[in-house]
Design a protein around this ligand. Structure first.
Ligand code: TA6
Length: 300
């Protein structure tokens, strides 16, 4: 559907506008009394969320590509139907095809409290079936209000059971990596990088002083990121997920990433709700499952 048709069918006056974003990719721009947000239809990826009168909560790489076939580096990329490398075929795209697909707008609405909602959908296609052989219906719902909520609902429309992993790979915008600490992970076991022995976190709060790629298991609670530079706390809460990933590539790994500047790692931390490890999702035909994450400024 072109932009004119999208605006006619799904635009909401003064609130939801479809427009051309960077690289010519279509975006929904949402503005209401609570916040402004930008959502890319390519990848169903939230690119920006700025609560009224506040700084941006999501980080976007200044070198990100905005190009079909490439992942957008920042915001909230959607990893589905697998998180990380494909288990049996590492030549398939890392983190699945959801972030590389054009999603359709299914519905937009204004909620009773004035928050705005957009629903984006993706089904199997000849292209997705080459990568993952199942029929499915995925719906992403983004609610832009006092908080930002992102939900991914997956329905099995196949005749067979299927299993998937996923992540809502949130890049939080921070003043500097040296200025933050993360609460909510004390005594939680995690796999360090791709290790296979869980380690129990001993630090009451986590400060990032090197490359981190921690995959916390048995963790459904909130994380609070305190940023002394921006004098704010960001709460990341979730439902339908027992795995939390904390990732920052630090200096050396950043050098290997062509879509990030050398100092890019200094201004984001990823805190991700995931279904992975023992928490992958298996659905029988007609069953559905929802994972969600909510990003909010903690009110002091
Ligand atoms: O969530 C952490 C992670 O899985 C890391 O291992 C790292 O590769 C990161 O995601 C980014 O992946 P990407 O494919 O977007 O470069």
């Amino acid at each position: 559907m072109n932009l004119t048709a999208l605006n006619q069918k799904f635009g909401i006056d003064q609130q939801i506008l479809f427009s051309t974003g960077e690289g010519g990719l279509p975006v929904a721009i949402i503005t209401n009394k609570y916040a402004t947000a930008v959502i890319s239809l390519y990848g169903a990826q939230v690119l920006s969320y700025i609560p009224a009168g506040e700084k941006e909560l999501l980080w976007m790489s200044s070198k990100s590509l905005f190009k079909e076939g490439k992942a957008i580096r920042g915001g909230i990329p959607l990893c589905f139907p697998w998180f990380g490398k494909h288990l049996t075929n590492p030549s398939l795209p890392q983190h699945g095809f959801a972030r590389l697909s054009a999603w359709e707008v299914a519905e937009t609405s204004t909620m009773g409290n004035g928050a705005s909602q957009i629903h984006l959908q993706l089904h199997q296609s000849a292209d997705t079936k080459k990568l993952w052989p199942y029929d499915f219906s995925a719906v992403v719902t983004v609610t832009v209000g006092e908080t930002l909520e992102l939900k991914l609902k997956v329905l099995n429309t196949d005749e067979e059971d299927f299993t998937y992993s996923d992540a809502l790979h949130t890049y939080l915008n921070i003043s500097h990596i040296n200025n933050i600490s993360i609460e909510g992970l004390y005594k939680i076991p995690y796999y360090d990088g791709f290790g296979d022995t869980p380690i129990v976190q001993q630090e009451e709060v986590l400060c990032i002083t090197k490359e981190e790629n921690r995959r916390y298991v048995e963790h459904a609670a909130n994380c609070i990121v305190t940023d002394s530079g921006y004098e704010r706390k960001i709460r990341v809460s979730k439902t339908g997920s027992k795995v939390t990933v904390v990732w920052n590539p630090w200096i050396e790994t950043t050098k290997t990433m062509s879509d990030m500047t050398a100092d890019g790692y200094q201004t984001f931390i990823c805190v991700e709700a995931a279904n992975s490890y023992d928490d992958v999702v298996t659905l029988k035909p007609f069953e559905e499952f929802t994972i969600s994450t909510t990003i909010a400024l903690e009110q002091s």
